[in-house]
Write a protein that binds this ligand. Structure first.
Ligand code: 3HB
Length: 327
């Protein structure tokens, strides 16, 4: 063996030893779109602590809130490539890729926040996650949520006619776009971090949003008419990159799955616990509040159904589960 070859062999051997020693300990990166103060980000921090503790200090997780690593479409690509390890995502990007997930956004699928949480904790919802690795390269370990959707607008909305031509900010995904198009509005897709400025500078007339973010991000400062409609639930999914998952041993997978699912579920509890109080808090602001039900949206719900029923095959199963849970 030449001297160079000997040196190289030694170097390779040394690097293998280092890899072997450090193969187990990892610093994972978890991305999300919500600001630091949002409960998703808080529970992501909580998950990082739990994983660190339960792995005896071996694993750590760095949290990247507020779209620091890119929007959800970009994060999904990074997760697919394995350059991002984990994320807490809205189901928006997932439903753009797996239309079955659009079923979770059926207008008025659930009656209230507790019903939404029960459905997301159901076997049918869990079964839907099984399609994710094969169809997206992401492993879905559990659901959270961001409550129910409401409409906050600059001008009063008294009837469905007032939605006509209205530029309504939506989270960028197809099921919600189709709902607002059916309602006669002009949906404008914008990620959460862009919403405040878009409302302030008049780029949009109204926003589709949940109670928590309306109060936390003070959107009511820029638009003081709130339509409480609870027209859709807004699931969150905790995911791990399939590529990264493939590098983990079973013990680590179970550790991560357990801790992540627990903290995602904490988010659900948090929304259930606070939903009513947040409604009261918003009613207490100097804003005009209108409460509406499905009738308000007239034919938009049937139109949505006509588009999504053929695409989202889980819709009947979810409705069945929702009916059972409502009893
Ligand atoms: C959104 O409106 O796009 C959104 C809201 C949340 C969390 C994530 C996204 O409360």
């Amino acid at each position: 063996m030449t001297k160079l070859k000997t040196l190289m062999t030694a170097a390779v051997a040394a690097s293998l030893t280092v890899t072997a020693v450090t193969a187990q300990a990892r610093d994972f990166r978890l991305g999300l779109v919500t600001p630091q103060s949002h409960i998703w980000s808080q529970e992501a921090e909580g998950f990082a602590e739990t994983l660190n503790e339960r792995s005896g200090g071996e694993h750590s997780v760095s949290i990247f809130p507020a779209q620091q690593l890119g929007n959800e479409a970009q994060m999904v690509q990074q997760l697919q490539a394995g350059s991002l390890d984990m994320a807490f995502l809205t189901l928006a990007e997932i439903s753009n890729r797996i239309p079955d997930f659009g079923a979770l956004y059926a207008p008025f699928l659930v009656e209230d926040i507790d019903h939404a949480a029960a459905l997301l904790r159901s076997e049918v919802a869990a079964e839907m996650l099984e399609a994710m690795p094969g169809q997206t390269g992401l492993v879905g370990v559990g659901y959270g949520m961001a409550g129910m959707r409401q409409i906050l607008s600059r001008q009063p909305i008294d009837s469905a006619d007032d939605l006509s031509g209205l530029k309504v900010r939506i989270t960028p995904f197809d099921p919600i776009r189709d709902f607002y198009v059916a309602a006669g509005a002009a949906p404008t897709p914008l990620p959460l971090p862009a919403v405040y400025d878009a409302l302030a500078n008049g780029q949009v007339d109204a926003i589709d949003m949940d109670y928590d973010s309306i109060r936390l991000l003070e959107f009511y400062e820029q638009a003081d008419n709130l339509v409480i409609s609870n027209h859709m639930m807004f699931p969150m999914v905790a995911v791990v990159s399939g590529r990264v998952w493939g590098q983990l041993d079973n013990a680590d997978r179970e550790l991560i799955r357990g801790a992540m699912a627990e903290h995602a579920d904490n988010i659900m509890n948090h929304f259930q616990e606070h939903h009513e109080a947040w409604g009261e808090e918003l009613r207490g602001q100097d804003i005009t509040v209108t409460e509406v039900g499905p009738d308000f949206f007239a034919d938009a719900i049937a139109e949505w159904e006509a588009i999504w029923a053929p695409k989202a095959t889980y819709l009947p199963l979810l409705r069945e589960a929702a009916a059972e849970l409502a009893d």
